[in-house]
Ligand binder design. Structure first.
Ligand code: CDT
Length: 306
């Protein structure tokens, strides 16, 4: 048995006016609760330090860059790293990254239990659009503010568990999961900011959105025989609702823990990494069963072709 106690730290809304320091205090509170419950790993949402700023149309680059972190840890987040080290808890969280070369990414990092960053992921599948779109009920400008990630879907041996990350929209793409599955991943961590309604289809509301999220995560976990933790930033941010639905999923695709609200909320689960082995050596033993001679279209084309 290789048991890890995993905490999924859902966060409630962060308003535009909330400082990083105030947000980090909330993250510390969740971390303390997780440590008290025996967690050795805590996963926070996508863009955990700020409001989901891609809903706002901006042209001023200085204003845009104000939502980004130039280094990690930095003054605002150092207390989080220090507390995690003091508790001996590994953490993963998302933030907007501005590199020294001037590149903008939607990023998540992973630490070990000593607070060292041991893994980084930059979001590959960026949803939304580049220019202001008057036809939408609200904007989703990730394609305007971020470049597609340049690190691929790497996996990291962290304290004896093979871990991978993806971010929000990535969870809806089977390719995300399979690329990590092909490395033998045992735990996929992801955060998200998902609006509770579809900005292009008012008929698609909260229950449909929650269903599609859970469907994506449970299928990805099952089809790759991996644990998965999917963590929401939820609630109403400056009038715009984000869904909750944080879950921890086992390697058979079953939800073992879920949040009930849309505020700061911790859920935990004891997760035996050895449970991945059954699926990986039977129905999803890739080496025996995959037929790559028929998968060429997956990497040679993007859109539909006949
Ligand atoms: N943050 C993020 O990727 N959200 C998307 C919303 C898609 S609607 C343009 C998601 O897939 O949940």
């Amino acid at each position: 048995m290789r048991e890890r106690v995993i905490g999924a730290a859902q966060m409630g809304p962060i308003q535009k006016s909330d400082s990083r320091e105030v947000v980090v205090l909330r993250m510390l509170s969740l971390l303390d609760r997780a440590a008290a419950q025996g967690c050795d790993l805590v996963v926070y949402p996508e863009l955990a330090l700020t409001t989901f700023f891609p809903r706002w149309y901006m042209e001023d680059q200085a204003e845009i860059d104000g939502w980004f972190e130039r280094e990690m840890p930095n003054a605002a987040t150092q207390p989080l790293f220090d507390r995690a080290r003091a508790h001996g808890v590994a953490i993963s969280f998302g933030y907007a990254e501005l590199t020294p070369e001037g590149h903008h990414f939607n990023t998540s990092i992973l630490t070990d239990r000593q607070g060292h960053i041991v893994g980084k992921y930059r979001k590959v599948h960026l949803p939304g659009h580049v220019e202001y779109d008057a036809a939408r009920d609200f904007q989703h400008l990730e394609k305007r503010y971020f470049e597609p990630g340049d690190l691929g879907f790497e996996t990291f041996d962290n304290e004896g568990t093979l871990m991978g990350m993806c971010i929000c929209n990535d969870r809806r793409w089977p390719e995300t999961w399979r690329v990590m599955g092909l490395q033998g991943v045992e735990l996929v961590m992801l955060g998200y900011n998902t609006p509770s309604v579809n900005s292009q289809n008012r008929g698609e509301g909260l229950s449909e959105r929650l269903y599609h999220s859970e469907l994506s995560v449970t299928a990805g976990a099952y089809q790759n025989a991996t644990w998965a933790v999917a963590v929401a930033k939820a609630g109403v941010e400056d009038g715009f609702p984000l869904m909750g639905g944080t879950i921890i999923v086992d390697p058979d695709g079953f939800v073992v823990a879920r949040t009930t609200g849309e505020g700061d909320e911790l859920i935990t689960a004891r997760c035996d990494m050895d449970r991945c082995q059954f699926g990986k050596t039977t129905i999803f033993d890739f080496a025996r069963h995959r037929r790559v001679e028929h998968y060429g279209r997956i990497t040679s084309q993007t859109g539909v072709e006949r």
